[in-house]
Design a protein around this ligand. Structure first.
Ligand SMILES: *Cc1c(COP(=O)(O)O)cnc(C)c1O
Length: 373
């Protein structure tokens, strides 16, 4: 009997247990403690950023970023339509209007050209998503933002430890956000962070994260804040993950290489394009299935599911979802790349100890089904 192959399994084989035990023994299980301090300091450094604030998840990280940037009701924020729903939900939490823009076929991230078409007098900022681990074209996006007086946030949930023109993700915009959900590259089960350089914004973000308390006057709350904090126990897991991040990335890159080797000769199957000047974060290996395959993406996914192999279809375009579709329809932007990728793309299982045998089981199932091995 074949065992089921899930899309993701967290790798907790380092010091995770030791550090959690140590956090418990210390009784520092709430929202301060040495693991939080250490994680924030180490992660800021890896991201080439001055500040890091740990928060309870990646959605909260986005919400905190938008609160910090003072997004107001009615403000328009440009987001890609091909992303996880949290990117647009966060805009809604602050009363903003997500304006959906297409991705490029060359990197699957926000199209700078199409951003320009979407800017109105109400536009305040851009959330660039590093989709499936590939950094967006940040120089072009930052340039457009600069010319139009907009801020830029990087949603780097899927791309920690990636780089763009030699600079790490987390250092490429005014604020960057990360997720440490169970299926992400490093995880604490639930968890997230923002990274940023400006001291003034960091102080504001810290205040908002902790109920708005005045840093110099206990129990005095000059503004309405939130409880967006992470626990020291979760940070203990993150410290253990972070100290092994090079090893984790290497192991995942090896999975990517094996998939590419074994699927390179299958007509109709294509890989994620990688721009020359970026280093991808190997999150979930992607393929797209075109007409030459003779089968649809959903048929391939079903065949894999029949063999107890889990896959994930690419995100459903956000502009088609009930909370957003009416507003998006009225703007009638060209979102053709998003539609095509969403219909043809899928993620294959990617985790550090996925064996070559299992990868072969997956790739042989695909080849056998597409009949052209
Ligand atoms: C996972 C993810 C998030 C949200 O993270 P959570 O920790 O699940 O709240 C946000 N944006 C993108 C692009 C993601 O992939």
């Amino acid at each position: 009997m074949n065992t089921r192959i899930p899309v993701a399994i967290p790798d907790l084989s380092g010091n995770e247990k030791n550090y959690v035990q140590d956090a418990l023994d210390s009784t520092w299980i709430s929202s301060s403690g040495k693991y939080l301090d250490q994680f924030e300091s180490d992660f800021a450094q890896v991201c080439g950023s001055k500040h890091c604030l740990a928060v309870s998840n990646g959605t909260v990280a986005l919400h905190l970023a938008l609160l910090t940037l003072n997004v107001m009701p009615g403000d328009e924020v440009i987001v890609p339509s091909l992303t996880y729903v949290a990117t647009a939900n966060a805009v809604k939490y602050v009363g903003g209007v997500p304006v959906f823009v297409d991705v490029m076929s060359s990197d699957w991230c926000l199209s700078p050209e199409k951003i320009e078409d979407a800017i109105t007098p109400r536009t305040k900022g851009i959330i660039a998503v590093h989709l499936y681990g590939h950094p967006a074209d940040m120089d072009s996006i930052n340039h457009i933002a600069g010319v139009n007086g907009l801020w830029v946030v990087e949603d780097a949930a899927e791309a920690p430890f990636a780089s763009y023109k030699g600079r790490p993700t987390g250092s490429l915009a005014t604020i960057a956000t990360f997720s440490f959900y169970g299926n992400k590259v490093i995880t604490s089960g639930e968890g997230g962070a923002i990274t940023l350089n400006e001291d003034r914004l960091a102080l504001r973000a810290k205040t908002l994260r902790g109920q708005g308390v005045d840093p110099n006057r206990r129990y005095f709350f000059p503004i309405t804040g939130y409880n967006f904090r992470l626990t020291n126990v979760a940070a203990a897991i993150l410290c253990a993950q972070l100290e092994r991040h090079v090893e984790i990335i290497e192991a995942r890159k090896r999975i990517y290489q094996l998939y590419e080797e074994k699927l390179s000769d299958v007509s109709g199957v294509h890989f994620q394009p990688v721009s020359e000047d970026v280093v991808l974060s190997p999150w979930l290996f992607c393929i797209t299935i075109d007409e030459d395959a003779g089968k649809t993406r959903d048929e391939v996914a079903q065949r894999l599911e029949d063999q107890d192999i889990e896959t994930r279809p690419f995100f459903i375009p956000l502009h088609l979802l009930p909370p957003f579709r009416e507003d998006a329809h009225n703007r009638s932007a060209d979102l053709s790349n998003t539609l095509r990728l969403s219909a043809s793309g899928m993620n294959l299982p990617t985790y550090t100890n996925l064996s070559e045998n299992k990868i072969e089981r997956i790739t042989n199932t695909i080849k056998g089904f597409l009949d052209n091995a």
